[in-house]
Design a protein around this ligand. Structure first.
Ligand code: NAD
Ligand code: MG
Length: 392
């Protein structure tokens, strides 16, 4: 029986994880559920799954959650704050951690799970973008198992040899082909991109996701973050990672081998597939997702990405090439820019401009440890907030 902590249980990935877990009560039980502020949703999840602990973002949210749970006679303990998140991620009676908090807020608890040697199901790509080297070191040192949840990386994982050890050259791997839907603005007139609204940007054509990753998909920063994620997960150099636009999101990514073979993983665009794959790995279980109907889809389309339309993708490749703290700085600037766009403080086209300016102004450094990375993250956020203020 796996005992699971879900960091970010009320989010899109968190809810899909609980959907899969509920289908297999004989295999999985819930150790802890966490949410930032959606207390009512978390209370309902606690009533259904009876975790030992629930964690929220503030003392006030903890009081509200405790009152709701008392009213329903649910015996779950309530805690709050980052320290409590790290505790439930590293708890001895939890074997598996779903890391599904969005953004840098998920970094410390995800690292805590890595240090504690858990089976880490990684959705929180920002953690790897910020601290890839430290994170992979923590996984290796503790003997933790790392399984990618991001659909592309889960697909790549499925297309790699079983004994793969982060060295593409040892396995005749030529390239990792990272597919991208291109988001809602793939065919929109570029000159009108400045006018898009948050509602248009979060309306992804294929996937239903949280607001931040939906905007990242519209700018293609999501694919940029995923290039960096693939670099750390699979040990691939930037030139070994190629982005391919595939608007239908049926192929979730591919691995190209020296003999001309290209292996792909296909499926309907539903995150319950990678979640079920990682939960049960190396077994296979029902996820609730129907298999793809290829005859109905009939055609699959592919094209190369356009950096004019999607400058964020270029910024991410450049940050990866630059190394050190550059990716952390880029990620921090992106988080502030996306928030400002969602709050209607800056326009859509301003997002990449703002990130590029922050990358120019905050000199990146060699990575010395978590504290220096977090200091760079703070500097980048301060710089990005100033730029938002100036353009507001
Ligand atoms: P979401 O916005 O739907 O959910 C985010 C979760 O994080 C919520 O439970 C929220 O309570 C929690 N949270 C937010 N801010 C927090 C904070 N400051 N402290 C503690 N908890 C906080 O996001 P999502 O779409 O589920 O994405 C989660 C992660 O998974 C992201 O890193 C995203 O890039 C990644 N991911 C998501 C998808 C998807 O289909 N949704 C696919 C691939 C990867
Ligand atoms: Mg993805």
């Amino acid at each position: 029986m796996q005992s699971i902590t879900i960091l970010g249980a009320t989010g899109s990935i968190g809810m899909s994880t609980l959907d899969v877990v509920a289908r297999h009560p004989d295999r999985y039980r819930i150790h802890a559920l966490t949410a930032h502020s959606r207390v009512e949703e978390l209370a309902a999840q606690c009533a259904q799954f009876r975790p030992k602990v629930a964690v929220v973002g503030s003392a006030e949210a903890a009081d509200r959650l405790s009152a709701l749970l008392r009213g329903q006679h649910v015996p779950t303990e309530v805690a709050y704050g980052e320290h409590a998140l790290c505790e439930v991620a590293a708890a001895p009676d939890c074997s598996t951690v779903m890391a599904a908090i969005v953004g840098a807020a998920g970094l410390k608890p995800t690292l805590a799970a890595a240090h504690a040697g858990k089976k880490v199901l990684l959705a929180n790509k920002e953690a790897l973008v910020i601290s890839g080297a430290l994170f992979m070191e923590a996984i290796a040192a503790s003997g933790a198992t790392l399984l990618p949840i991001d659909s592309e990386h889960n697909a790549i994982f499925q297309c790699l040899p079983l004994d793969y050890r982060r060295m593409p050259g040892n396995h005749g791997i030529r390239k990792i082909l990272l597919t991208a839907s291109g988001g809602p603005f793939l065919d929109r007139d570029v000159s009108t991109l400045g006018d898009v609204t948050p509602e248009q940007a979060v309306a992804h054509p294929n996937w239903s996701m949280g607001r931040k990753i939906s905007v990242d998909s519209a700018t293609m920063m999501n694919k940029g973050l995923e290039v960096i994620e693939a670099h750390w997960l699979f040990g691939a150099a930037p030139e070994q990672i190629e982005v391919v636009i595939h608007p239908q999101s049926v192929i979730h990514s591919m691995v190209s081998y020296a003999d001309g073979s290209v292996l792909a993983q296909l499926g309907n665009p539903d995150m319950r597939t990678p979640i079920a794959h990682a939960l049960a790995y190396p077994e296979r279980i029902d996820s609730g997702v129907e298999p793809v109907d290829l005859a109905r889809i009939a055609q699959l389309h592919f094209r190369r990405p356009d950096y004019e339309r999607f400058p964020c993708l270029r910024l991410a490749f450049e940050a990866l090439q630059a190394g050190g703290s550059a990716a952390a700085v880029m990620n921090a600037a992106n988080e502030i820019a996306v928030e400002a766009f969602l709050d209607r403080k800056i326009g859509f086209r301003r997002i990449p401009e703002l990130i590029a300016t922050v990358l120019d102004r905050v000199p990146h450094e060699a990575v010395e440890g978590l504290d220096s990375l977090l200091a760079q993250d703070r500097r980048a956020r301060d710089c990005a907030r100033e730029l938002v203020q100036a353009s507001y």
